[in-house]
Write a protein that binds this ligand. Sequence first.
Ligand SMILES: [Zn+2]
Length: 161
Amino acid sequence: MMAFNSNPISLHTVKKQLKSIVHIEPIWIDMCLNSCCAYTESYRKLTKCPVCGSERFQHKKPCKQYSYFSLIERLTIQYRNYDRAKELRYRTNYTSQKLYKCNIQIGDVFDGDHYKELVQNGHFQDERDVALLASVDGYQIFRQKSDDCWILLFICSRNSS
Ligand SMILES: [Zn+2]
């Protein structure tokens, strides 16, 4: 609100205000020019793409990069806030209720067979584990179809009731 109440409002002002509140810096990762792979983990030191053989660097600079915001950083920030940390334990609180254990009604996704199967397979063992809703969509940026952009969105929602 501080950023949007400034006059005149500008992208610079909004970025500056957001930066003072929360660390939002993209992490840049080198990737193949043809989008075959990202140079992470076992590919971290490669100078050519293991799939298509294209060079990773041109004039000592990466030919292509992608950016992302760390999900772990976002969750760490949320767990630092007492109220939000309580909200993030919604799943644990819900599944600890007596009604849940009786298994007599469906009130949330955690009552479903899929969730219960995930728990039996060893997921959600820590009370701080959260379930994320993922959404993916891609689009062409330019008519020449030379580049496209993919948005991966992870939502950590809570039940408001
Ligand atoms: Zn490649």
